[in-house]
Design a binder for this molecule. Structure first.
Ligand code: ADP
Length: 187
């Protein structure tokens, strides 16, 4: 099964993706985690990506498309994958389709975690205090919400056109939301 978790920054994609991964036995792969690791290691990809991440901007597709190819063709992803943080643009969504088709797979479902924008900003400010992520400053938090609205939210209509989007209410306890996610993934 191949799933995409879609949601604005701060919606809980990472937390819920990890729980869903354990419960369904499907690995979760996060481009955000991969990019942060590359930046920490100082690889050429990481150094380039960090310049965009720190500003709250998307890393350009020409960098990300190669990464998505590596992810989807990796042995870890051979039995299906939970995509966390990608695709994030329409070209990335097209790339996912092109990579899955030769594997005789397709995006089975998109779980859209729904949280109002004010609640997101609150959560991210709190997370910033705990985790200290370089891109969790008030200005970049707002920028990332704008980028989501402009570049990533169009994916909702794209996948709704295929009838594979399930909206999950993202307000509640972690466990409540995890139950909703599980029900949405395997209806
Ligand atoms: P969040 O959803 O909270 O923004 P992520 O870890 O998914 O957290 O992403 C953090 C940053 O990493 C993004 O703001 C962006 O700069 C970069 N990034 C992650 N995934 C992608 C992607 N698929 N395409 C472009 N940039 C990405």
């Amino acid at each position: 099964m191949d799933l995409i978790i879609l949601g604005a920054p701060g919606s809980g994609k990472g937390t819920q993706g990890a729980l869903l991964s354990t419960r369904l036995g499907i690995p979760k792969i996060s481009t955000g985690d991969l990019l942060r690791a590359a930046a920490r290691d100082g690889t050429p990809l990481g150094v380039k990506a960090k310049q965009f991440m720190d500003k709250g901007l998307l890393v350009p597709d020409e960098i990300i498309l190669g990464l998505i190819g590596e992810v989807l063709n990796s042995p870890e992803a051979a039995q299906g994958v939970i995509m966390d943080g990608f695709p994030r643009t329409l070209p990335q969504a097209a790339a996912v389709d092109e990579l899955l088709t030769p594997l005789e797979r397709r995006v089975d479902r998109v779980l859209l975690i729904d949280v109002a924008e004010e609640a997101l900003i609150d959560r991210m400010v709190k997370r910033a205090e705990i985790e200290g992520r370089a891109d969790d400053t008030p200005a970049t938090i707002r920028r990332r919400q704008e980028v989501y609205r402009e570049q990533t939210a169009p994916l909702i209509a794209f996948y709704e056109g295929r009838g594979i989007v399930t909206r999950v209410d993202g307000l509640g306890t972690i466990e409540e939301i995890a139950k909703r996610m599980q029900a949405a993934a395997a209806p």
